[in-house]
Design a protein around this ligand. Structure first.
Ligand code: CP
Length: 322
């Protein structure tokens, strides 16, 4: 595995889920694979879960993990080519990336969407430079348009908690005070479309995700109708994806609090489990009552981030040995 961005990178999903199950039972079985190997975890943005779970997964595999916070531990990095570097950015990615590559065997990158230029974000401009200039396998730790480690952990969690072969899974937009990227819902949609689930997306008008991620999923703009009979409710905010109106890309079009997932919403489901990638804004995205209920599985979901990261790193290490 040279890159981990899309569900297609993991190959057969049943095999990946089986591997996750085995690793969860014995996290240290592959400690020999990472001996004398180093992963560099590069963060352009804040993180709690991704940083800790990636470090833990690397340690479980016997790897050394170096964490670099760009702009705090390092120089501020210029990402645009062809600019006169007379501002506050002291180094260009064009030099920084191959230098980072020379110190490690695998690179993980967190680089959020800027939400100003849709074409720039959807071309994964920063991540692509890591592919082009590092000479190393690259893992997206949430890049401009995808968060595959999260979506894989979400699928592992659904697989663990499902009570029927083909559960109904509903991805619901919910309000948030800040403009957030589409990476989490994009990846969740991509992975649910590939999994054996009945998948429905619900969001207000103007928030439809990019068709390449929506795929064959049903899109229902009536949230309560979408939630009927759901086995899993996955709440998330995202800003306008700008599919029909590119000038609205990254904007907040609604803060409609009637979309906040509360007991009234959960009452129409099939006693659904509540999921969210975290961090979550309580009583914006979800009511205290729901997130504190026994049906909330946000903590085991976050714990599975260690497992999803470990499957991906293990496969990359195995490929490095070939
Ligand atoms: N879910 C997630 O990626 O969390 P962090 O932003 O804290 O890493």
């Amino acid at each position: 595995m040279k890159t981990f961005f899309h569900v297609s990178d993991i190959g057969d999903l049943s095999a990946a889920l089986k591997e996750a199950e085995e690793i969860k039972k014995n996290r240290f079985a592959y400690k020999h694979l990472g001996e004398n190997k180093t992963i560099m975890l590069v963060f352009f943005n804040s993180s709690l879960r991704t940083r800790l779970s990636s470090q833990k997964a690397a340690q479980n595999l016997g790897m050394n993990a170096i964490v670099l916070n760009i702009g705090q531990d390092s120089w501020k990095l210029e990402t645009e080519l062809g600019v006169v570097m007379d501002g506050d950015k002291g180094e260009h990615l064009r030099e920084a990336i191959p230098v980072m590559g020379s110190y490690c065997d695998i690179i993980g990158v967190r680089s959020f969407a800027g939400l100003k230029d849709r074409d720039y974000d959807y071309a994964e401009t920063v991540l692509q430079q890591f592919i082009d200039y590092s000479g190393r396998p690259i893992i997206s730790l949430e890049s401009a348009t995808v968060h595959p480690c999260q979506a894989f952990a979400d699928l592992i969690t659904i697989n663990e908690y499902k009570k029927k072969d083909r559960p109904k899974v509903v991805l619901s937009w919910a309000p948030h005070p800040k403009s957030l990227p589409q990476a989490v819902p994009n990846s969740f949609a991509e992975w649910m479309n590939a999994a054996d689930v009945d998948f429905v997306i619900t969001n207000p008008e103007g928030y439809d995700l990019d068709p390449k991620f929506v795929g064959d999923a049903k899109v229902e703009h009536d949230q309560m109708k979408a939630l009927e009979g759901a086995d899993f409710v996955y709440a998330k905010n995202w800003s306008c994806p700008g599919v029909n109106n590119p000038e609205d890309y990254g904007k907040i079009l609604s803060k409609d609090m009637s979309w906040t997932i509360d007991a009234k919403h959960m009452a129409v489901t099939n006693n659904a489990y509540f999921m969210h990638c975290l961090p979550v804004r309580r009583n914006m995205i979800v009511s205290d009552e729901v997130i504190d209920s026994p049906q909330s599985i946000v903590i085991p979901e976050a714990a599975n981030r260690e497992i999803s990261a470990q499957v991906v790193m293990k496969r990359m290490l195995e490929d490095l040995q070939k």
